[in-house]
Ligand binder design. Structure first.
Ligand code: ATP
Ligand code: MG
Length: 460
């Protein structure tokens, strides 16, 4: 669902409640909120006071809460609208009202008069129609903002998970490319194909033992609810993955791996993951693990055949249409100059938003920002790049510096000559950088994308 569709749906909901369409300020508040802007930013863009924006925001959330029958606030409006659209999937809100009133809760179609707003079933109520064996723990899953395109990637992942029943899928890509957002969108689309869906975001303190324990508790708890059995014994996690169809998403898996080494080497405290994921990969079960991050385990081969139960998706930039949409959403109106940004920032939504923000904040033009063909790198962009690049090994840093100096793609022999890295080591280094999605490849030639080249040059 794109920004325009979300605004249209919100407008229909407000109209159904108040008999009036969104006015300009209400729309600006909603638009800004859906784009994760602060009230302060929204006020600045609309050229009004922050207190007016807050007031209009509060009124708007109240109208939406009353009409949708659940608490709506600035922090959850995006997902509430997504869910609302998700379960109704009817574009016209007036029709939706009828659909909701006729909703079949108990298995028999009940023709009810239009329900008062406070009694209209929200998604929680609607979920009751699903079999009681659906158990979702998505408390760590981030909320999805405006989301464009990615149809091909969503289709591929859905095929792997639902049709091919893959056991282990790696979703990888450079920082900010949209891995987490894609996974959230995917989960929203396919979660009902699984009995259990669990999202965990890994941080430095994460331990496999605790994670397994937590999951087993989750299974035990829900088994008790389902069967009222009191004396269930603990089974190893794999038994539950065999018994139930589970989707388990682990985001930011790069925290499992060492900094200063080639990609995907487990930290000593996370070595246990090696045999755990081997089990997930090799043993027969009906569940699927989705690993998301800048790095993936070394053992996970990147080259897989079509029907393999193990797959890897390297996420690339958004298509031009979505990129243009992001610029428009962020208020950039200089259509003639979009191509300069599209080329430079390679469809990376975080990078695109970062540059669009600075153009907006400073009130300058795109050509002003990109003077002398130099790419502008905002501080937030530099920060995320630094986080990812600080993980590189010494030899990877040497190769990245060399590539940053080259204008044209360069082959391995020339790289070996210039870098003083032995050719045999260079193979591993290049493979590692490819797996991190930090270098681009054309046949046997390698090069950096413009943002990375610019960033590394400024550091040299
Ligand atoms: N398809 C999309 N359409 C519009 N915006 C998107 C899309 N995908 C991602 N974004 C936006 O880009 C930004 C980065 O997305 P996200 O956090 O998903 O990237 P990531 O690859 O998970 O980043 P990291 O590597 O830092 O975890 C977010 O602001 C997100 O809302
Ligand atoms: Mg992420």
């Amino acid at each position: 669902m794109n920004l325009k569709e979300m605004l249209k749906l919100a407008d229909e909901i407000v109209f159904a409640k108040t008999g009036q369409h969104l006015d300009d300020l209400q729309e600006a508040v909603l638009r800004g909120t859906l784009q994760r802007e602060t009230y302060k930013q929204i006020a600045k863009n609309f050229d009004c006071s922050e207190s007016s924006v807050r007031k209009v925001g509060a009124e708007l959330w109240e109208i939406l809460s009353a009409e949708l029958g659940e608490e709506v606030s600035k922090s959850n409006v995006c997902s509430v609208i997504h869910r609302f659209k998700g379960y109704n999937n009817v574009s016209n809100f007036a029709q939706n009202k009828i659909a909701i009133a006729n909703f079949n809760i108990c298995g028999e179609a009940t023709q009810q008069p239009d329900l008062p707003n406070s009694h209209r079933p929200n998604e929680e109520t609607v979920n009751k129609k699903q079999p009681e064996t659906l158990h979702h723990d998505l408390s760590e899953m981030p909320e999805l903002g405006v989301f464009y395109s990615r149809t091909r990637e969503l289709d591929t992942l859905t095929t792997w998970m639902v049709q091919q029943r893959c056991r282990l899928i790696a979703l990888t890509g450079i920082c900010g490319i949209g891995k987490t957002s894609l996974a959230v969108q995917l989960v929203q689309q396919i979660k009902d194909d699984f009995e259990y869906v669990i999202w965990r975001t890994i941080d430095a303190s994460h331990r496999l033992e605790e994670f397994q324990h937590e999951l087993i508790q989750f299974f035990l708890q829900s088994e008790k609810l389902d069967s009222s059995a009191t004396n269930r014994k603990h089974l190893p996690l794999i038994k539950y993955l065999q018994k139930y169809r589970c989707l388990i998403i682990l985001d930011d898996v790069h925290h499992l791996f060492c900094s200063g080494e080639l990609a995907g080497k487990y930290k000593p405290e996370h070595e246990e993951y090696r045999s755990f994921l081997k089990q997930i990969e090799k043993l027969s079960h009906q569940s699927c693990f989705l690993l998301i991050g800048w790095e993936q385990p070394r053992e996970l081969t990147q080259i897989t055949c079509e029907n393999s139960p193990i797959q890897t998706l390297q996420l690339m930039g958004l298509d031009v249409e979505s990129t243009v949409q992001i610029f428009k959403d962020d208020g950039l109106r200089e259509i003639d100059h979009y191509s300069m940004l599209i080329q430079g920032y390679q469809g990376n939504p975080f990078w695109l938003k970062s540059v669009a923000n600075i153009i907006q904040d400073l009130g300058i033009s795109i050509p002003d920002l990109l003077q002398n063909d130099t790419l502008f790198l905002a501080e937030d962009l530099k920060d995320v790049l630094e986080q990812q690049l600080s993980r590189l090994s010494a030899q990877e840093n040497v190769v990245m510096s060399l590539l940053a100096k080259e204008i044209e793609p360069i082959n391995l022999v020339n790289l070996a000559e210039n870098s003083e890295v032995m050719l045999s080591n260079l193979f591993n280094v290049i493979q590692s950088l490819l797996r991190r999605c930090l270098i681009q490849q054309e046949g046997s030639f390698y090069f950096l994308q413009p943002v990375l080249r610019e960033y590394i040059r400024t550091k040299l």
